[in-house]
Structures are given as C-alpha cells and as structure tokens.
Design a protein around this ligand. Sequence first.
Ligand code: UD1
Length: 391
Amino acid sequence: MKIISVVGARPNFMKIAPFCHAIERWNQKSEVGGQKSEIEHILVHTGQHYDERMSAKFFDALNIPRPDIDLEVGSGTHAEQVGNTMIAFEKVLKQHRPDWVVVVGDVNATCACSITAKKEHIKVAHIEAGLRSFDMEMPEEINRLVTDRLSDLLLTPDQLSNENLRKEGFPEDRIQFVGNIMIDTLEEHRDTAGQMDPAAIIKSNILCPEQFQHFNVSAFQRLPFSLLTMHRPSNVDRPEVLGPILDFLLDDVCANMPLIWPIHPRTQKQLQSFGLWEKALAAPNLILLHPIGYHEMLRLNMDATVMLTDSGGLQEECCVLGTPCLTLRWNTERPITLREHGGASVLVGNNVDRLRAEFHTTLQSPRTPQRPELWDGHTADRIVQALLARQ
Ligand code: UD1
C-alpha cells in the first residue's frame, strides 16, 4: 500500500509525527502469511509555515522524517495558498499515484490536498474528522467541512465528532472513532519535557534581550505565571479588538503574575502595524518569546497557573494536563475540552469584561487532568490498522 500524507502548518506536525512512527513500527514487524505487506509512505510538506521556528524545529524535536517533497507554497491570501498548493500537489499525485492521501487537521493545506486527491480519484483519509465550530467566519471551519465531505475515511477524535458526522448524514462505514492523535505525541514527549528548566526556556527564546532588565529570570522557577498564545484573525486582525485585549493583559494579568507570550508571526506583525508593539515591549512582567518548540510549550503548560489561548490544540493539551484554560473564542470545535464536558477550558471570547471576570475566577481553579475516551497514546496505531483494513 502506498500512502502520501500531508503537512502544511505548525499544528499539523504533532499530528503527523505519531502516524509516521506507527507506519515505521508496522513496516518493521509486518509479515502477513510469510509475505511482507509494507506500507510505502511519502511525506509532503506544503510549506504554508516555513520559518525555522514554525516548522523545521518541530521536525527535529518530534523526530519526523524529513519531508520527501516540499511544495514551498509559503504565505499568501487563502486563495493563493489553496490554489498554489493544489497546482503543486496535483503534479505529485500524477507522478506517485498513491492508494491513499492522508490529511490532518483543518489548515489550508488539509483542504487543498483533499480536493486535489479527490479530483485525481485517490482515496482520502482525514485525521481529526468531525470537529465543528458551526462558525463559517472561521477559515478552519470551511476547511473542515470541505475535507470531511470529500473524505472516504473519517478518523474521529471523540464521540461528539461522531455525532456531528451522523447528523450530517455520513454513513457509519466511513466513520471510525480512533481517539486524539495529538495525545500520542504528548504522552511520548511528556517525560522529556518534564526535565526541562522553565528559566532556560525563557532565556533561550526571549524576543528582546532588553526585557531582562525588568525581569529576574532566575527567580522564575519559584513564581506562578500565566501563558498566552493568540493568532486567530478574529483576535489579532483589528486594532479595536487587539488593543483592549492587550490592555487587559497588561492591567490585569501582568499585575498578578508574569505573563509568558510566545508570539505568532501574524500577531507580531499586527501589533507592529497598529502601533502597539512598543507598549508591549515596555510592559513590566510581560515576557515576549519567539514561537517556542513543542517540548518547551509542553513544559511551560505543565506549570502554568492559567493558560490563555485561541489555539485548538492547546485547549486539548490543557485538558489532559489539567491546566485551567481561558479560551479566547466565542465557540470551539473541541467542546470535549470544556468544563461542561469535564475538561479544563472555558470560552471567554474577546470581551474584556468577561475575560477579566473569568481570569480572576480561574486563578482559584485547581488543576484537574481529564482523559477523554481513547485519548490514550495509541491513536496512530489504530489509524494504520484502519487503513490496512481498507486497502
Ligand atoms: C494557520 C492555520 C490555523 C492554525 C495556525 C497555527 C489556516 C487557515 N490557518 O494560521 O488553523 O491554527 O496556522 O499557527 O491554515 N508566517 C510567518 N512564518 C511562518 C508562517 C507564517 O511569518 O512560518 C506569517 C505569514 O506570512 C502570514 C502569517 O504569519 O502573514 C499567517 O500565516 P498563515 O499561514 O496565513 O496562517 P496562520 O495565522 O499561521
């Protein structure tokens, strides 16, 4: 069996790593009736994320093989990213003719490659199928809907996703509940991350070394701290939204404890273009970092008093680690991570009054780790078996 799997952007890397390793494990042991049934695996990187810190660093840390093919699509509008990916990926498919194209998550690469594969009459499997925010303003929701509609095999992370697909009329034989593949990565790397020193993480990733003047990093191990990530267009693309969020962070969060903010390139660009960058740089107790690596984020998440984030993946990691999480969104495609379903996260949108109230409530919340069904570290092996059963 020949599989092409696709990655494009940072949140894809922790989902594809366990899949690559599960294929390697299968190939090492596969011997069916004396005959080898090896899987030939070709890894394609579309190049949507291309910075060393947003991409290459993750391949090294997660032990992902170098991509066999790099489409080098880079930045652009949505149409440019999707269009350029489709043009380049079509050539790859015509040359290699795989049995399956495996896509993960909800980024532009996911959607572009599933459309291209389907038009080439190649079967598509979607890892992380069935998630729905029901918010068509989100580019990721459009990517999820298109990808699921075209997929021959819908590999779901939780029972709520199964229900979404059933309501949309997908037949049972296309849906397979396999669990959350991100948690395979978390379990594999938890011990390594746990041995890291938070102060060393800050030192080696600090964005502006002048910030050391305000902050005693060596005292850091003893201090509570908050952790922030933010990159969604709905939070960072308008000054009337981003400005008040920044004020809340400085006036409320930083007034209580240091706030560590590994900043996404999109967010940095927007702060600079709205004239807010200098204010952020000058703020005491705000520690701006470059985008950090997987182990580094996991380590900080293990100790954070509270997480503030608009990332879906971090919501899931907070659920398993038990970190109280303020989700800076009005909806989520991952309701299983919310407090009402036993998780650690609460939706706070970007209304500053609501953020402030929930932040102070959350400071009193204890860590309560949760493990939804099949978030057990063995999802990738179940996916390989599901593909082999349908070859
Ligand atoms: C993308 C995904 C989102 C995911 C996020 C995680 C889509 C529609 N969105 O959003 O689902 O949660 O990644 O990071 O696919 N840039 C760099 N260096 C890079 C990558 C991007 O400077 O390595 C810049 C680009 O020039 C662009 C901006 O960051 O201006 C945004 O990148 P883009 O790929 O458009 O989307 P993300 O906001 O990262």
